[in-house]
Every structure is written in structure tokens, then in C-alpha cells.
Write a protein that binds this ligand. Structure first.
Ligand SMILES: NC(=O)c1ccc[n+]([C@@H]2O[C@H](COP(=O)([O-])OP(=O)(O)OC[C@H]3O[C@@H](n4cnc5c(N)ncnc54)[C@H](O)[C@@H]3O)[C@@H](O)[C@H]2O)c1
Length: 146
């Protein structure tokens, strides 16, 4: 059974994504900063903080997942104005920590990072990843910077 490790699992997207992976036959390991998992799925849960490289490395080496999805973020524009430093730390430094830990410990692991429409010039038609980048808030800037 393929293993996927989902960080930021207690958030809005985590609740849906974990179900998709379970239904598709994956073993899911969920991680977030809280002591416990908030969703009612039968998966392993680990307390993890992506600002702590040793914590990430220990858990990666324990489970050795084939896939890692990073949902962990300060994930709203409003919050990013209230906590700009924390937004850059979690969204940028946290992402770098994960990438460094994967490179050092589990180089075969495939990683998915999540972007945002806030990275781009807003328009009425659907956005493409090739569109011009132009964030005007700390959240969008942190997503471009990763
Ligand atoms: N929900 C959306 O509509 C949407 C749209 C575009 C992009 N995204 C992106 O998708 C991802 C998931 O979004 P969401 O709506 O589930 O966000 P969310 O805010 O609901 O969940 C984020 C989770 O990350 C966790 N987290 C925060 N700091 C952490 C840290 N230091 N270490 C570990 N975990 C930490 C939080 O505890 C939370 O459970 C985010 O990267 C977000 O920017 C979401």
C-alpha cells in the first residue's frame, strides 16, 4: 500500500483530501500542530510543526512515505495582514524546511505544494500558472516566494 503523509491535515482541505486518499487505497499519515486529529478517519496522526526541522525529519524517517502533501499554511489574506512574519515563516521557511528534510532523508519522496490564485493578477477568466505574478498581500507574496 502506498503511503502519503499529509501535513496541515486538520485544516479545511485536509478533511476532503484525506478521504480521497483513503478511498483510493492509500495509507494516510496525517500531521498538524494540534495534539489530536480533528477528523473522524481511521488514520495515523502525528503532531508536527514545519518550523521544526528535527521534528519533520524524525517523522519522515519513522514512516518513509512515498508522497508528501503540504497543506500547512497561514492560509488567509486577512490573517496574513495580522501576522505577516508568521505567514512568511510558516509558508516560506516551513516549506523550505520540508524540502530540505526530504532532500536529506527521503529523496525519492514526491512532494505536492499548494499555490493560490492570490499569487496572480486577478481577472475574470480562469487563471493559468503561466499568468503574470502580482500579489498585493503577505499571503500571496508568501505563496509566490515558496
Ligand atoms: N481553502 C482554499 O480555498 C484554498 C485555496 C487556495 C489555496 N489553498 C491552500 O491550500 C492549503 C490548505 O488550505 P486550507 O484551507 O486547508 O487551510 P487551513 O488554514 O484550513 O489549514 C491549514 C492547516 O495548517 C496547519 N498549520 C499551520 N501552521 C503549521 C505549522 N507550523 N506546522 C504544521 N501545520 C501547520 C494549521 O493548524 C491548519 O490545520 C494551504 O496551503 C492554502 O494556502 C487553500
Amino acid at each position: 500500500m502506498k503511503k502519503v503523509f499529509i501535513i496541515g491535515a486538520n485544516g479545511f482541505v485536509g478533511g476532503y483530501l484525506i478521504k480521497e486518499y483513503i478511498d483510493s487505497g492509500y495509507e494516510v499519515i496525517a500531521g498538524d500542530t494540534s495534539d489530536s486529529f480533528r477528523y473522524d478517519y481511521d488514520v495515523k496522526y502525528e503532531k508536527i510543526n514545519i518550523l521544526d526541522k528535527e521534528n519533520i525529519a524524525r517523522i519522515l524517517n519513522q514512516y518513509k512515505p512515498e508522497y508528501l502533501i503540504n497543506l500547512a499554511a497561514i492560509s488567509s489574506v486577512g490573517l496574513s495582514w495580522k501576522m505577516p512574519e508568521q505567514t512568511i515563516n510558516v509558508n516560506c521557511i516551513g516549506t523550505i524546511n520540508i524540502l530540505e528534510c526530504i532532500k536529506e532523508n527521503l529523496p525519492e519522496c514526491k512532494i505536492l505544494l499548494i499555490g493560490s490564485s492570490e499569487e496572480y493578477v486577478q481577472k475574470d477568466t480562469p487563471l493559468k500558472e503561466t499568468d503574470v505574478l502580482d500579489a498585493n498581500n503577505p499571503y500571496g507574496i508568501s505563496k509566490i516566494a515558496r
